[in-house]
Each structure stands twice: as structure tokens, then as C-alpha cells.
Design a protein around this ligand. Sequence first.
Ligand SMILES: [Zn+2]
Length: 374
Amino acid sequence: MRRALELALRGTGRVSPNPRVGCVILKDGRIIGEGWHAAYGAPHAEIVALSSATEDVRGATMVVTLEPCVHQGKTPPCVPQILASGIARVVIGMLDPNPLVAGKGVEQLRQAGVQVRVGVLHAECFWLNRYFAKHIVTGMPYVVGKVAQSLDGCIALPNGESRWITGEESRRRVHALRAEIDAVLVGKNTVFRDNPHLTVRAVPGRQPWRVVLDTQLQLPMMSFVFTDEYRERTILCCSAAALRTRKAETLRESGLQLLEVPTDETGRLHVPTLLRLLAERFQIASVLVEGGAQVLSSFLQQNLLDELHLFIAPLVIGAGRHPFEQRAIETLEQAWRLHLWAVLRSGEDLHVIALKEAPSVSRAVRESMPSEVE
Ligand SMILES: [Zn+2]
């Protein structure tokens, strides 16, 4: 299963909104076939592994990170092909949360006399596909918040200056997150102040969508996200009124995607609707919210964050801006209490990962995951 997980990772950035899946075929304790889901619409890992087999697979064991499918999607269902191949035993990491599968794959395999075991390295398999799991069940993207801050919790000076609080390794990790997630999202102020590219440069990987919230279309036309070579991967979100302006037309002509989002009673874009539109129109299953404070506060206020990545530099700023400063609560019971998932060292910084939902995983299992816990 560890080998199958390694193979699954090769689909990173290429298969969403599908899951990352890896598969190994074993005979007499030897690997005779391997496969992974390599691209959206491409054959599933099980089928690739079966066709890569160097020996007859009859009587062999298939090890696969996710329950084999029974439904017709972009490709025919896997279970009938596994049965036809004569595989005798199937070892599965996690059940498929897709309501069209959800245990039916296991059921059909067992009914046909195949021996099935479920839940091997379940935590690792689930972690790999947590974005997919939320998106397939709810139709909403999985939302990760990213904060780069000082030891005393500041993300910027009072005047907004914020560049280079955290170090090189943290920057590399943020780029790795961007390469695995479908879309990076920022507010207008972040683009206005920092003019970021929001691309993947410090690691190899594919470029994410860049989602910019600019209700009234006030950002300068020369911003990098509107003019650089990836501008066709920019989704500019604005109100219906802004969409009817000459500026909107010009931006659209230069290759950007413009998305009309309804506004709420305060005149701001309605974020839950925005997330649903991103999932429906662009098949975006995961979003990385990179700021600034207004956007992060608004996501927190509406309970829209599933996961938080905190990069903490050994630096004390004093008076400064805080990541969630626009949320105000009356009592400590109203505070957002997260579940600590991992505390990592990132160069000279700390990298803390916390989750909204308690992970259904024992501590012992987590500590056996070298890539996540140091
Ligand atoms: Zn399949």
C-alpha cells in the first residue's frame, strides 16, 4: 500500500476533481504490475496496473488506495474488468466517498467471490484525497487557509508591508501547496499591495487557477495576475454591476475569466455562492486562501475553512496586522477551535497544520507518516 500511495502522488495537480489513486498487483509476494491515475479522463489506476502486468494476473492480489468504481464515468467501471481478469484478492485503502460507489465496489467484488480487505493505511489514503472527498459529497471545494506570520501573530506591519516575513523553505512549501491545489484565492487588497504572481515557481508542478475577489473591478489593469503568461488561469470575481462596465469587457478580451458573484447585505461578494460557482463552472475541488486579513476573516466568520497552514517565523513585530483581525467575538466559546494535525519545522520557521474536523485517525497512525510528521 505504501508503494500504491507513492504511485498515487504522481497524479498530483493532474487528476482533480478526480481522486489521486495508485495500484499495485502482487503475485507470490512480487510486484508484477503498477499503475496510477495520471490525468483527468485517463484510465483508472486499476486498469493501468492490470494492463502493465508482466505475468498472468489470475490468482494475484490487487492493492489499491481507493475502492474500485462501479459506475460509468469518463471511463468504464473498474470492478467488472477486475473480475474478468481473475484477480483473487483486493486490498483497499479507503472506501470511495462518491455516493455512486460508497461500498458497492466492495460488495460486487465479494459477491463474485473475490477476497476483499478494506482500511489498510486508511489515514494516509484519506489524507491524499481529502479534497476529493469533500467535493464529491458536498459539491463544495475543500478550503485551506494559509497564513505567514511572526511569532507574535502579525502578518504585516501596520502600513501593510508584509513581504518576506517567513523564509525560503516556507515559500517552497507554499508553492508545493499551490501545485497540488486547484485554485489560489486572494482579495483585492493583496493584489493591490503586493502585486503577486501566485504561481508555482520554487518547485516543479502545474499552475493553479488564480481567483481574485474585486467586487467593483478597481484593480489596476497592469497587475501581474491580469497580464502575465498565465492570465487565462485568472478568474476575476465581481458584482453584476461591475460586469457591465467597459473595463470588464477589456479584461475579458485580454483572456481573463470573469465571474459574476451575488453580493451580500454588506455589498461584499457572497463567498459560499462563490465557492459553489467555482466548483460548478471550473470543477475546482480545492481552494487555497492566501489572504489578506479581510478575506481570511470573512472565510472564518462564515465557517468556510477546512484546514489551516500556519507558517511562523522566529520574528517579533509588535504592533501589526493580524490574519483574522476583522472577526470579533464576545466569548472564548465562540473562538475557532481547531484540531492540531502536524507541527513541522520549515527551515527556520514552524509549519503548523490544523484541521476543522477531528481527523478520524489515531495518533499512532499519524506518527507513522514520515512525510507529515517530523
Ligand atoms: Zn475505476
